[in-house]
Design a protein around this ligand. Structure first.
Ligand SMILES: [Zn+2]
Length: 108
């Protein structure tokens, strides 16, 4: 009788643990999922998101390569050498550079 009770308890505990494992696995896969937000991938959501990650490397070989920022929101992948301008990256204003050059140009 006691043995049967013990077995039932173990069975219940086993079910609870399996349920817990399933929930944790789901949370883990949600957390490691990459979300594409042009031009790169991010891991997770909101303020806790991690990244950005290289789109080229992930799409071609499912490698999660962290991108490196040059400080001006221009990101590069050290693996495939791909460069990604971020949303706050500003192209150098070639017109202004040319004007500045002309201003300093004192002739031959
Ligand atoms: Zn890459």
């Amino acid at each position: 009788m006691e043995l049967r009770e013990a077995a039932l308890e173990l069975q219940e505990e086993n079910l609870e643990l399996k349920e817990k494992v399933r929930a944790l696995e789901k949370a883990l896969s949600e957390k490691s999922k990459l979300v594409y937000e042009a031009p790169f991938y991010w891991k997770g959501n909101g303020s806790e998101r991690d990244g950005p990650f290289c789109q080229q490397c992930y799409d071609s070989s499912e490698k999660q390569i962290r991108l490196q920022d040059n400080g001006e929101d221009y990101w590069t992948c050290r693996t495939c050498k791909q460069g990604y301008p971020g949303p706050n990256y500003r192209e150098a204003d070639l017109g202004e550079i040319a004007r500045n050059l002309n201003g300093d140009f004192k002739g031959w």
